[in-house]
Design a binder for this molecule. Structure first.
Ligand code: ASP
Ligand code: MG
Length: 438
């Protein structure tokens, strides 16, 4: 059995939902759906109004959203019987959301409101498949998806409950379920954080030892560079989970970072596919490494580099700990680090506490700050014993000033820090040199 997850834009309209239905019918798989695109954002907005005790503001958005759903129902269903049933479903959820405009609104109520998007999208898809005569069964995520007291998913619970449900509905032609939503350790409705539907798919995949997890979006897999800056990019056909994890930090948003771990640990391949082009090969993420191959380049903006130079660092023990502790005290994560015998440079992407950090660091040496920097990361099989890749990367950037280079932190990544103004040039040079050498 496979797990197929469709994101918000893939179920963004009646037309798109029909396309999804065509893709999922015919195989007994578990299909995870996000809320229709824009819905979760609207539900967040509704919640904001309710927190601010502005029920009229909330009602305005609720009504707009409800109208949108009634239009979708009209376009989606063809028989009056199913149109009626779908309208009742939509009305039920919106009546429920409206009950929250009348009373106290807390985090608890917010989570219930946020859960309605996935409940509606899966409810509608379920009805549509039934209208087509497909025996699709709706698996309620709130009956099996659960987090523990640390707000981490509880794999043993998920596995047990999900398998009981699957056993109960053995004759189903396929299963539909909600992404993102769950219950917490206290049985309350909760969620797996924004974008969490990928995580749902990955947790289900692990729970049933799926043959494959498919993440369907509206792009053709992952590209080897950022198409907004580089003209000749190409889809990456194979990625190692570690490579995907490195890229996830750099905002290669196709696969949510949390989704990687359960799939990797259970050795379940994840395939990134495109609903607009269902036959395209997409990208396969697995535990297989392609020896010696550089896969992709990505960039992260708004980076600040901080250098601490001190004669006292020479042969001193505990110097780095003291430096890092300052960042920790101000709850500012460090991304990249390079060191010499008398100095250390680190980068941060959160400048909120920069002034305090710099002030404290001055105790240990001379501090310099470089703003408006970009981390460029090159990902692939970069085991240090492979020859040549370091030279290629540095060579590609021979005309660009490089502020830091971090290499050897993992077998899958080389990171370089350049000025924002050199970002496009650097990305293009790396693509030309590493992927498109003529
Ligand atoms: N609907 C949720 C969100 O927009 C979950 C998801 O799409 O993955 O964050
Ligand atoms: Mg999404």
């Amino acid at each position: 059995m496979k797990v197929l997850k469709f994101g918000g834009t893939s179920v963004g309209s009646a037309e798109r939902m029909k396309d999804v239905a065509k893709l999922i019918v015919g195989e007994r798989n578990i299909v995870v759906l996000s809320a229709m695109s824009g819905t979760t954002n609207s539900l967040v907005e509704i919640s904001e109004y309710l927190y601010k005790k502005n029920p009229d503001g909330a009602s305005e958005i609720i009504n707009k959203l409800a109208i949108k759903y009634y239009e979708i129902v009209n376009q989606f269903f063809s028989t009056s019987e199913y149109k009626q049933r779908a309208k009742e479903l939509v009305a039920h959820h919106f009546d429920y959301i409206r009950t929250f405009t009348k009373d106290l609104f807390t985090l608890f109520e917010e989570r219930v409101v946020l859960a309605q998007g996935e409940l509606i999208s899966t409810g509608l898809m379920h009805l549509y498949l039934n209208e087509l005569g497909v025996n699709a069964v709706l698996l309620p995520a709130l009956d099996y998806m659960r987090t523990d007291k640390n707000a981490e998913p509880d794999p043993a619970y998920i596995k047990e409950k999900l398998n009981i449900l699957l056993d109960e509905y053995k004759d189903a032609e396929l299963y539909i379920t909600q992404g993102y939503i769950c219950r917490n350790a206290y049985g309350e409705i909760d969620n797996l954080q924004r974008g969490g539907s990928d995580y749902t798919a990955s947790l289900i995949g692990a729970a049933i030892h799926a043959e494959e997890i498919q993440i369907w979006t509206d792009i053709d897999g992952m590209h080897n560079n950022d198409p907004r800056y580089v003209e000749e990019t190409a889809p990456v056909r194979h990625l190692h989970f570690e490579e995907a994890a490195e890229l996830a930090y750099f905002g290669a948003k196709i696969l949510h970072p949390t989704c990687i771990l359960p799939a990797k640990l259970n050795n379940i391949p994840v395939r990134l596919l495109n609903t607009m082009q269902p036959d395209a090969l997409g990208t396969l993420v697995s535990n297989k490494i392609e020896k010696g191959k550089i896969k992709a380049v990505a960039a992260k903006d708004n980076i600040t580099a901080i250098k601490i130079k001190s004669g006292r660092m020479l042969l001193a023990t505990g110097f780095l700990r003291k430096v890092f502790e300052i960042f920790e005290n101000y709850q500012t994560p460090i991304d990249m680090v390079t060191t010499s015998e008398v100095g250390v440079s680190c980068t941060i992407d959160n400048r909120k506490r920069l002034d305090e950090i710099v002030d404290d660091l001055k105790k240990f040496g001379t501090v310099t700050v470089d703003n408006d920097m970009v981390i460029i990361c090159v990902v692939g099989d970069m085991d240090w014993e492979n020859l040549g890749f370091g030279a290629s990367i540095v060579n590609a950037l021979k005309d660009i000033p490089v502020r830091m280079i971090s290499y050897g932190g993992s077998n899958y990544n080389v990171s370089l820090l350049v000025k924002s103004s050199d970002k496009q040039k650097a990305l293009r040079a790396l693509s030309a040199y590493l992927f498109n050498k003529k």
